[in-house]
Design a binder for this molecule. Structure first.
Ligand code: AGP
Length: 619
């Protein structure tokens, strides 16, 4: 996934583009570039490396001009390099293009264009776009872009400049997000809202196969056929400060500490007088009533939220439920029909595999509900109904607040379905609602024990780093849990591995003796989730098996548990007592923090880990 921006107005384009790209760096950060027009001259500057490398270059030699496009890259075709960075140009260096997505038929197009005499200099798929536009250009850039788009197969969000038409920018999208920021005497293009919020809150969400022509005076949106489309201007409800670090060292830490407030806001918005409300949901209760099975489909952290939801849906709503990763769902032959509710979970709402799974589910006649964070995202718009988690912009690549917000929505959806299907007694329903209402304050209480900069978990992380060095880098992490917290074992492991690059694996604790126990010696650090639950005694047995083999244990236990102290655990993390059903919302907090502090000990770029991007909009 990459980030693209465009600007046309009265300001210095260079400043607007750099600011916009800095807000989109979470989408990809291995190289960046800009193309800026002034008069009939086009300046192109693009550099391998993070945005700050480009910014240093530009600030040492500023480019004049009030119209330009910019790009921050997550490489798909062609290694990160100056020449593979965007924007890409045509042969005559008159047309500049930035692109987010993958052109699947680029080789075929490139070979044809080379036969027609076009010269390519990069290894990217994107470079075919300016050359195609050049091929069709007869003095009208909009026309030429439209003709070129007809030949593209794959996904794209693009911004295009032509130096002989310096009064407009063309934007177009297919399966990659692109929005227009509407200003006064100025207009913007961007992959995502944070890039334009410093200047305007008025946005137009472009749909698939729409093309936008931006001038200083206004925006015209057309279908690729050329037919003009009337578009609503939406007002963004949050402001740019929510996309800032607000004094935290990293976005990830800020987003971890926001979770109590977000869970509280979800309850305020969704729970009124014991009734559960999904105001934006276009799927009616009569549809939910006829649902015979549920498939939850997602990637990564969202997948772990789905795995947790399976426990609650089957226990409370008595609906058979299975959970698939999006990439598996769409390539196997899932038993999905009109009695199946497919729930797509996606923070960004742009994950390519999840979008493809959504389309596969619809093709098979399922009702598709999505649970998303980004309003107006592709998955949200293509679902039959969407429930937004309203967690605010999640900038850190490692998802934290979105995960607990997804869980909160699943709890409310489960209780709603259970009530609808009469599978829960009123007394139990009311008790669970009361208990659920306690959770935000319990999360805030738990977080208040961890001062952002120094606390027991930071100390454990320091100890691990020392031990890791002592064991010549042979240490790694195992996360063990049972029942509704088993997905948290997977989530804790994912958090740690994706930001500290240390091997970490989550496992159902009952599976230990079926293989993983062979790993136990003095090297691994084993996180055991042993909270007050119906499987507590089983977890204690696991802890004893590990200690008998010199394993090192970090135990996550319920506050006040004295029993756990008799089992020679090495490190203890306590969480407040809560109904076991809701315990995943608390258990995950120290797992997120542990991953954060370990990564900080190793000095890695926590918000932008290597090889990753915030939303994977390519397969
Ligand atoms: C989680 O920390 C990762 N960044 C990643 O697994 C992420 O959850 C996954 O790519 C799904 O993203 P989505 O929720 O935006 O679809």
């Amino acid at each position: 996934m990459c980030g693209i921006v465009g600007y046309i107005g009265e300001r210095k384009a260079q400043d607007v583009l750099l600011k916009g790209l800095s807000r989109l760096e979470y989408r990809g950060y291995d190289s960046a570039g800009v193309a800026i027009l002034h008069g009939h001259k086009m300046d192109l500057v693009k550099k391998r490396g993070k945005l700050k490398v480009l910014a240093e270059e530009l600030n040492s030699g500023p480019i004049p001009g009030a119209i330009g496009i910019g790009h921050t890259r997550w490489a798909t075709h062609g290694a990160p390099s100056d020449v593979n960075a965007h924007p890409h140009l045509d042969c005559k260096r008159r047309i500049a293009v930035v692109h987010n997505g993958i052109i699947e038929n680029y080789l075929e197009l490139k070979n044809t264009l080379i036969k027609e005499g076009h010269k390519f200099i990069s290894e990217t798929d994107t470079e075919v776009i300016p050359h195609l536009i050049e091929k069709f250009y007869k003095g009208n850039i909009e026309e030429a872009v439209r003709k070129a788009l007809k030949l593209l197969k794959g996904t794209y969000a693009i911004a295009v400049l032509h130096k002989d038409e310096p009064d407009k920018i063309i934007g177009a999208r297919c399966d990659s997000p692109l929005i227009v920021g509407v200003g006064k005497g100025e207009n913007f293009l961007a992959s995502d809202v944070p890039a334009i919020l410093d200047y305007t809150k008025d946005v137009i969400y472009l749909e698939n196969h729409e093309l936008a022509v931006l001038t200083k005076a206004g925006v015209v949106v057309k279908e690729h056929s050329g037919r003009r489309v009337a578009k609503k201007v939406a007002r963004v409800k949050w402001d740019i400060s929510q996309a800032e670090k607000s004094g935290y060292r990293h976005f990830m830490l800020k987003e971890i500490f926001e979770q109590g407030d977000i869970l509280e806001a979800i309850q305020t918005e969704r729970l009124r007088d014991g009734r559960i409300r999904f105001q934006e949901l276009a799927i009616r209760d009569n549809i939910f009533k006829r649902v015979k099975r549920i498939a939850i489909v997602a990637c990564g952290t969202a997948y772990h939220a789905g795995l947790t939801a399976k426990y609650m849906l089957e226990e409370l709503a008595k609906i058979p439920c299975w959970v698939d990763t999006s990439s598996e769902f769409r390539y196997r032959d899932p038993i999905v029909d009109k009695e199946t509710l497919v729930i797509i979970v996606s923070q960004s709402g742009e994950t390519a595999d999840s979008l493809a799974a959504l389309r596969e589910a619809k093709k098979r006649g399922a009702t598709v509900l999505s649970i998303c964070n980004v309003v107006g995202s592709s998955i949200a718009r293509e679902s039959d109904g969407v429930i937004y988690i309203h967690a605010g912009p999640e900038i850190a690549v490692a998802s934290t607040k979105a995960y607990t917000a997804q869980l909160a929505i699943f709890y409310l959806l489960t209780l709603h379905l259970a009530k609808l299907k009469n599978t829960i007694k009123t007394a139990r329903y009311n008790m669970l609602i009361r208990e659920f209402r306690r959770v935000p304050n319990l999360v805030k209480e738990l977080l208040s024990e961890y001062k952002p900069d120094y606390n027991p978990l930071a100390a454990y992380a320091q100890e691990f780093k020392r031990y890791y060095n002592e064991k010549h880098n042979k240490s790694f992490f195992l996360y063990l849990a049972r029942n509704i917290n088993y997905p948290n074992a997977l989530e804790g492991a994912l958090k740690l591995k994706e930001i500290s690059y240390i091997s970490a694996e989550g496992y159902p604790a009952g599976e230990m003796k079926h293989g993983p126990i062979a790993l136990i010696d003095e090297n691994p650090w084993v996180v055991c989730i042993a909270i007050a639950s119906k499987t507590y005694d089983k977890m204690i047995s696991n802890i004893q098996e590990i200690k008998a083999r010199n394993g090192i244990i970090i135990a996550v236990a319920t506050e006040g548990d004295k029993e756990i102290l008799h089992h020679n655990i090495n490190y203890l993390i306590e969480i407040p007592k809560v109904e076991e059903l809701f315990s995943p919302l608390l258990v995950v907090i120290p797992l997120q923090l542990l991953a954060y502090y370990v990564a900080r000990e190793f000095g890695y770029d926590i918000d932008q880990p290597r090889n990753l991007a915030k939303s994977v909009t390519v397969e």
